[in-house]
Design a protein around this ligand. Structure first.
Ligand code: NIG
Ligand code: FE
Length: 408
């Protein structure tokens, strides 16, 4: 399959990088003007200027006026859930905070109650629809978390749904175990350690036994789990080879970033708030800072200090956080727009953070995240547009015309 007359082929690499982009590298985007791209057996086999285009292929797509980009690599979502939560959102419009709703048993516990009462088949149907929807807006690699089960049975149910999605979808999927998402009510009065033990002694061994997770996550926050509780879970996950990708610094700075990094975290996610100590430890590390601009946008709270992180040479990725409480959308083009509008990222930085660095945040950059020979042909073809910056600028419009996953 051959794509011809591409106005601009975006994020090309002569040789695929082995480390995430950081600092000034994120703003340097390599492109080929008036380009072709050749796909064979699901993978990119050649690309370059039209002058060097091979003459024939079984199938040709004419991309005159259009840009071709690598598909989004959405490295943080909670796409398996049971019901939407717009009634909580309406309460927030009236003035309640996310924390107040959570402390009253709403929020994550609300979703957990509903998910516990939903069958695996129903969950699978609903999640498949959401996955198809985000695929249409250009997502080709995605991470999906558990964390709305909060019992042994329901956490396993969620992870089995994710396994079925892996088997049924062309989109590449990574699974993360997030048993430590919220403390169930029954453990809140004096028995927090009881739930941590359940995670460590019951959930993790069964999950490892069935090979259901690629990563382990903890929501480390005042309203969720302490740094010390997170460290117990991460240490237990490490025994089964699960590296951490954690929720930290959404509402409070508590030292969770340094602690997660000491356990070899692949990424630390959210970071709406960061202090000097957080920046110092990330500046010198290889952990990716995954920013989720749709959550603070939807909650209308802190604006993530992306520029501070970029200027401190921290590798930054962007993801959707698709979930019913803080980001009921998995549209990556909108995430990229928000990163530019709200967090002052440059279009080039935001696009690379949402593709190549997202792939690194899932340890999958050998196969995904850029236009490089040998990588999967996961591609976005845009509608005709005047410039690359037009993509984030035209927020809300359906600028993605066509999505190819593994060349199809
Ligand atoms: O990433 N903050 C923790 N988890 C989700 C929200 C979960 C929910 O409200 O259902 C997040 O924002
Ligand atoms: Fe999240």
């Amino acid at each position: 399959m051959l794509i011809t007359n591409i106005k601009q082929l975006v994020l090309t690499e002569k040789k695929a990088r082995t480390t995430p982009l950081r600092g000034a590298e994120l703003a340097k985007l390599t492109v080929v003007e008036n380009a072709f791209l050749l796909v064979e057996n699901q993978r990119i086999v050649d690309f370059g200027e039209m002058a060097n285009c091979p003459l024939r292929a079984d199938k040709t797509i004419d991309a005159t006026g259009r840009f071709v980009l690598p598909a989004w690599c959405d490295s943080h979502t909670h796409l398996v859930f049971s019901h939407s939560r717009e009634e909580e959102w309406v309460n927030r419009i009236k003035g309640m905070s996310y924390e107040e709703i959570a402390n009253l048993g709403g929020g994550i516990l609300n979703s957990a109650n509903r998910l516990q009462a939903t069958s695996e088949d129903q969950l699978f149907e609903q999640a498949s629809e959401r996955l198809e929807e985000v695929q249409k807006t250009g997502t080709g690699l995605i991470e999906i978390k558990s964390g709305y089960g909060l019992t042994v049975e329901s956490e396993l149910k969620m992870l089995r749904v994710i396994r079925r999605l892996k088997e049924s979808s062309e989109v590449e999927i990574k699974a993360t175990f997030l048993g430590a998402h919220s403390m169930p009510m029954a453990f809140r009065n004096g028995n927090r350690q009881g739930y941590i033990s359940l995670i460590i002694n019951e959930m993790l061994p069964k999950i490892a036994d069935e090979g259901l997770a690629d990563y382990v996550d903890v929501f480390c926050e005042k309203l969720a789990f302490s740094v010390e509780e997170m460290e117990q879970v991460l240490a237990a996950g490490a025994k089964y080879g699960l590296r951490p990708k954690v929720h930290v610094n959404q509402f409070n700075c508590m030292g969770g970033i340094a602690a997660a990094m000491s356990h070899g975290a692949v990424s630390v996610d959210h970071l709406e708030l960061v202090d000097d100590a957080d920046i110092e430890v990330m500046r010198n590390g290889n952990t990716i800072a995954t920013l989720l601009p749709s959550a603070p946008f939807f909650l209308q709270d802190h604006t993530t200090p992306a520029r501070q992180l970029l200027d401190a040479n921290v590798p930054v990725a962007l993801a959707s956080d698709y979930n019913p409480g803080t980001s009921p959308s998995g549209r990556m083009p909108f995430v990229v727009s928000l990163a530019c509008i709200m967090m002052k990222m440059m279009p080039e930085e935001a696009i690379q953070a949402a593709t190549l660095n997202g792939a690194f945040a899932l340890e999958a950059a050998d196969d995904f995240g850029s236009i490089a020979k040998g990588k999967f042909a996961n591609l976005i073809v845009t509608k005709p547009m005047p410039s690359l910056a037009y993509l984030p600028y035209s927020f809300g419009s359906d600028i993605v015309e066509r999505v190819l996953i593994k060349g199809l």
